[in-house]
Design a protein around this ligand. Sequence first.
Ligand code: HEM
Length: 432
Amino acid sequence: MARPQHAQREVELAGAVPELSEAEVAAWRAEGTPVVELLARAQRLGPVSGIRLGERPVVLVTDPDAVRHVLARHPGRYVKRSHRMRRLLGDGVLTVDGEAWRGQRRLFQPQFTVQGVRRYERAMRDAVGVTAHTWAESARTGQPRDLVADMRRFAIDVIWRATTGLPLDDTTHRQLLAAARIVAAVAALGPSGAPDFDGDLAEVDAAAGRAVAAARAGEGPGILDALLDAVELPDPDGRLVRDNFVTFLVAGYETTAATLSWLLLLLHDHPEHREWALAQGPAGSSGRTAAIRALISETLRLYPAALLLFRDATEDDVLAGRRIEAGATVALCAYLTHRIPGLWPDPERFWPRRFHEPAPRPALGTYYPLGLGPRTCLGAQFTLQEMTLLAETLLPAFDFTLDGERPAPAFDITIHPDGPLPARLRERGGRP
Ligand code: HEM
């Protein structure tokens, strides 16, 4: 689309995006520090800044106004194009763009509203029950557990049950974990390369085939129903249904599992916030639920699971007073926005009450762990509900002591604890 003359003139007058020098990138490489350290250095250059890591430069965006501009105000100027996960996710709703995306999003939307996710509540509660049972066993026998592995299993179990109506068996669990290896093989930034993951892809596809068959037979609560029933989106070879199952799995389980792992780690280190949340009302009360939601929101502020959101500029534009050329790749980093001191008082502190009434809601563009604008997380209500149900059950029932060193954050495609969280569990007496 041609821009009006005055807008084109504005682009020509705007300054270039300030870029980290090659020497600074080389110095960072030599240090071997995580990629977020490089991003933080670029952030110091201004609200938008450039980094040249792979073949193409990336424009880093962390300023709230620029975030709003890209994600919410002008999503047509900044689109998803060459998704790095295409080989795994195919043409599911996360990866496609334009009309193909609009059609799928419109279909799925009703199933993912606050009302819509009620149909998965049974599946979620059953998965919560399995985790609680495992923890009770561990508390009884004294056998330690890895909380990261438990949170992964829980998140996969929920998606599996929401699709098939069946509990997660060990073979399926193992097969679906192969998706995590594929995601890990595709680095978040830098040269994309072509890692060989055919074997892992076959594992994922074997499980996906069974999930789709069960969904077609009407055995689950119907997370894929909208697509299975759609006449407007013909899918003769079933590829689209498979792609969306894998999409929900990949978009939904590492992110949810990482968030839950951080939540447990933060509450272990700051137990007073757990006590505060449980004191806001008895089990099942809206007071307690709101406080538990605040624990989750603050966890998502400190560790928004998706490290970077990528967009491609479709036309020349001016962003935060700088010139963005058509074809440029833009990367938004909620982790850095969420820690800007002027936006968030005492940003490094875990302080859930900043999300609890009467605290005001964060301004648009300052907080976006689940994205923003038309491509905001489709599973937002789904994940908030499953995490809340799990926390409402586990937090009043168990104490846990972490063994060994705290894992540092790993900044891959997701931000997750870089290692296991071995813990000893005890049943809690007292408040239910
Ligand atoms: C804590 C957990 C989660 C986090 C932090 C998270 C985060 C995000 C973010 C930031 C986006 C936007 C990406 C972008 O703009 O480029 C997104 C999109 C998406 N998420 Fe989530 N997500 C989570 C859980 C889930 C779950 C459980 C599901 C499915 C059941 C899901 C399905 C999706 C889908 C399908 C999209 C693509 C939407 C579209 O492009 O229209 N997510 N997610």
